[in-house]
Design a binder for this molecule. Structure first.
Ligand code: NDP
Length: 327
């Protein structure tokens, strides 16, 4: 038997509860993992509350990521005892997920945990932090270097935002953090932000092009914020767009793209190819200041994950929520 956060809908309203399941409930897969930690990402909040149709098969265990130890494997890459991490691939959406003490998945979906990280640290990073790394890699792949100019990070107090600030500052970039929670300015500066700007500066409808303020952007907010972020990007700069905390719309002008040669990179973590994931996790294992990461983490037991889903959607979570599924 194992404990899991189960989402049900059939024969009643959409509901989330902690249940004891037996192994017959494990989905198909060639690797069974004893989960140590999962997390609450924004998408988990949507899944747990049912505010968006993230879960598309019922009943289903929630949780888009987990870190743990392989218990049994018929996949050639994995054996019992291996430490692994999983992000995305539809886990927690169409395949039962990580908010559980046990998970069964395809071995091809797993990434080896870098030796420098514990399973708890891996989930302190979580899908939010791994996505932040994908954004940073896109900006670096574009050729942006610390002397290219500042990097704007929106949704700064969120999971993606916080890890992006920490990564970028350790790599030597000067970071401008945009936040709706100025009372958290000291925490953002401790993570490595050099300058804090108010969310309102970017979240209202703006001009097609503005003053050139930053060379690159990590945006987890979307909507007008993303449009204004593009409008303020320097000549031949780059914007990595990964989120929609403000909205899924993109009310922008083509002006920054065709007049300033700005590039907009779309960042998807769910179906990202395996090589890119392995690279991202290896880099997280060496480029992230783990002491700073620790400062942005709150650990909760599985029983608290249901309330935490509503909290993250309400924008009341700062940093990262790690779920100890065995507590
Ligand atoms: P969080 O809730 O931790 O962070 C989102 C942050 O956005 C908040 O902390 C807040 O920052 C800011 N924010 C919230 N509401 C608004 C609003 N109405 N207008 C402007 N800013 C707002 O979420 P995550 O960091 O986990 O995820 C961020 C986004 O990235 C989500 O939309 C998520 O779905 C997406 N995402 C996408 C992935 C992909 O594969 N593309 C993978 C992971 C996440 P502050 O208080 O500082 O203003």
């Amino acid at each position: 038997m194992y404990k899991a956060l189960l989402i049900e809908k059939d024969g009643g309203p959409y509901r989330a509860s902690i249940q004891q399941l037996d192994d017959d409930n494990l989905p198909e897969g060639d690797v069974t993992v004893k989960v140590d930690y999962s997390t609450i990402n924004y998408k988990d909040g949507l899944a747990i509350t049912g505010k968006a149709p993230v879960v598309r098969k019922f009943p289903l265990v929630a949780g888009i990521d987990f870190a743990g130890t392989v218990e049994a494997s018929s996949h050639p890459s994995w054996k019992a005892g291996d430490k692994v991490v999983l992000n995305g691939w539809g886990v927690g959406e169409t395949h039962s997920g990580g908010l559980a003490q046990r998970a069964r998945v395809k071995g091809d979906w797993l990434v080896a945990l870098p030796e420098s990280l514990s399973t708890r640290q891996a989930m302190a990073i979580g899908t939010a932090g791994y996505t932040a790394m994908l954004c940073v890699m896109a900006l670096q792949g574009h050729g942006l270097k610390p002397d290219s100019g500042d990097i704007l990070v929106t949704g700064a107090n969120g999971g993606v935002g916080g890890v992006a600030i920490s990564l970028l500052s350790k790599l030597g970039y000067r970071v401008i953090a945009s936040t709706g929670r100025p009372q958290e300015a000291d925490a953002l500066k401790a993570l490595g932000a050099a300058e804090i700007i108010a969310r309102d500066e970017l979240s209202a409808p703006g001009k097609p092009m503005g003053k050139e303020r930053w060379a690159g952007v990590v945006d987890s907010v979307g909507s007008h914020t993303l449009a204004n972020a593009c409008a303020g990007t320097k000549y031949r700069g780059a914007v990595a767009a990964c989120g929609l905390a403000q909205g899924m719309d993109f009310p922008a002008s083509v002006a920054p793209f065709i007049l300033r040669g700005v590039t907009l990179y779309g960042i998807d973590s769910v179906m990202a190819p395996k090589e890119l994931r392995q690279q991202a996790w290896q880099r997280l294992g060496k480029d992230l200041d783990l002491a700073k990461l620790d400062g942005m983490v709150r650990e909760i037991p599985l029983a608290a994950a249901i309330d935490a889903g509503a909290e993250i959607l309400a924008g009341r979570v700062r940093g990262r929520l790690v779920v100890n599924v065995n507590a």
